[in-house]
Design a protein around this ligand. Structure first.
Ligand code: FMN
Ligand code: SF4
Length: 484
């Protein structure tokens, strides 16, 4: 185990035996369960099908949405996008949660290469889904139990539709920490209720397009600091969309009503930042530290206002009650934001170029995501709950995944970064093959550093395709400049 100043945390790869993992978890003082033995074959917990109404979802692996910053400028998928989606299809996972964030309008794009739901992109989005399904069929023989959705987004505060390095924020209220952090002027206009109405229409139109393109469900994205998530904390906003929780969930409710009206039969899911912490910044020792704030912190969701370094799920449960009343059964749990507290959102040993050294053992971050998910599953047993935070577990991913599915603390194990590097890990686990450890994500964060420096995303360290990609050299230069 390394014990230098910046990386005092143990490495998962060094934990060779189950006893060592158990002792490490105990020393860390977190709650994290795992199965010592893995079961493959017909009785494998991870191989069991899940029934979502009439739909059978063939196993318990889910591919989480991940963009590659590699669409065309007019919002269509590129060859790189197709490659990633084909990999998702070949992964062996039977639930594809959204593929990647697709903007419902140009001004809501998170970068000028984000996919866009529009007339001129319609055929290509249908092709993208077909490519994923065909890849799945070719490898596994059938796609009857494959369930594929599309994630719909508006990037709100983090919109960069025209230039990779220029924020064009569409905000709901002035945030006392995020405004100065991202250079948003106090005079910057907030979205009006009328503009919000137009965005709702765009979401509904995009859902109709997704249905026409063959997707079985849409995710109305409410996570990671983007617009849907910002609504949940818009207590300071006056009017119909701010203040009370009823008002803060009106955006979601009106989208759901519109989708049910215009795209009957299309299922709806919500990916949610179920908890948050106050924004972090890099401290003098390069380690993350919380931004200073005095008084109750009323600008987060799922965070304790009196101590914003602690989570508080009171309102999260009230939001889940709203989802329940709206008959939404598909929920994917995430937390925080990659822009202001990446260590809770995608735990990593090595930070991205705009991040900070981890202020906690990344295993604690993974355990937090998993524990919150279990708490939610216990209260909403009838919902199909997808968990996040498994990539950091590396060699122990299958053991933790099996434990939480077997004990019904989660329905689907969501996989993010690990499938960028090792896309068919689910297939290997399901057939009981040993993990190909050389392909395991070691959380180097290059897939985040790339886009932060205007490059495409991909697993540059481990995927031979990206290792040989012309942008690999540019990434190296960008990393040297920031000396991460
Ligand atoms: C390169 C990259 C792109 C991502 N894009 C999205 C996205 O489009 N939508 C989304 O909800 N989450 C996105 N995420 C977050 C992941 O879905 C996931 O929550 C996160 O990586 C943590 O899971 P992991 O530990 O398995 O990687 C992205 C993450 C990465 C690394
Ligand atoms: S670049 Fe590869 S190894 Fe690094 S975090 Fe991303 S997927 Fe993992």
């Amino acid at each position: 185990m390394p014990d230098d100043a910046l990386h005092p945390y143990g490495r998962m790869a060094a934990l060779k035996r189950a006893d060592e993992l158990a002792a490490y978890i105990e020393r860390l003082g977190v709650a994290l369960g795992f199965d010592r033995e893995l079961t493959a074959g017909e009785h494998a917990p991870l191989g069991q099908a899940y029934s979502l109404g009439e739909q059978r979802i063939g196993n318990r692996f889910c591919i989480l949405p991940m963009e590659g910053w590699d669409g065309t400028e007019d919002g269509r998928p590129s060859a790189l996008t197709f490659r990633r989606w084909r990999h998702f299809g070949e992964s062996g996972a039977k639930l594809i949660w959204g593929g990647e964030a697709v903007a419902v309008s140009h001004d809501g794009r998170a970068n000028p290469n984000q996919l866009l739901a529009s007339d001129h992109t319609q055929a290509s989005l249908a092709d993208l889904r077909r490519a994923l399904v065909s890849a799945h069929q070719e490898r596994f023989g059938s796609s009857d139990d494959l369930f594929v959705g599309l994630q719909l987004t508006h990037s709100g505060r983090f919109a960069r539709p025209n230039q990779k390095n220029r924020l064009e924020p569409r905000i709901l209220y002035h945030h006392p920490l995020l405004d100065p952090k991202f250079g948003i002027d106090p005079g910057h206009a907030c979205l009006t209720d009328g503009e919000i109405g137009k965005i709702i229409e765009n979401f509904v139109r995009a859902a109709v397009r997704a249905q026409d393109a063959g997707f079985a469900f849409v995710d109305i994205k409410h996570c990671h600091g983007y617009l849907g998530h910002e609504f949940l904390s818009a207590r300071r906003r006056p009017g119909r969309y701010g203040g009370t929780l009823e008002n803060r969930t009106r955006f979601l409710t009106e989208i759901v009503q519109g989708v049910r009206r215009d795209a009957p039969g299309l299922l709806i899911g919500v990916r949610l930042s179920a908890f948050d912490l106050i924004p972090f910044r890099m401290g003098s020792d390069r380690r993350g530290e919380p931004e200073e704030f005095t008084g109750p912190y009323d600008c987060g969701f799922g965070v304790d206002a009196s101590n914003p370094l602690r989570i508080d799920l009171t309102e999260t449960f009230r939001l889940l009650d709203v989802l329940d009343r709206l008959a939404i059964r598909l929920v994917c749990i995430s937390g925080g934001s990659p822009y202001y507290n990446p260590h809770i959102q995608r735990p990593a040993l090595f930070p991205p170029s705009d991040g900070y050294e981890p202020p906690e053992d990344p295993l604690a971050g993974a355990a937090r995501l998993i524990a919150v998910t279990s708490e939610i599953k216990a209260r909403y047993p009838h919902m199909a709950i997808v968990g996040t935070g498994y990539s950091y577990l590396q060699e122990w991913l299958p053991h933790v995944a099996q434990h939480y599915v077997r004990t019904r603390q989660v329905d689907f194990v969501g996989l993010g970064r690990v499938v960028l590097a090792y896309h068919d890990l689910p297939a290997d686990v399901l057939r009981g093959a040993p993990l190909q450890t050389r392909r395991l994500c070691r959380t180097f964060s290059d897939c985040t550093t790339g886009p932060r420096n205007g490059l495409v995303s991909g697993c540059f360290p481990l995927d031979p395709f990206y290792r040989g990609h012309p942008q690999a050299a540019l990434l190296k230069v960008a990393k040297q400049q920031v000396k991460i």
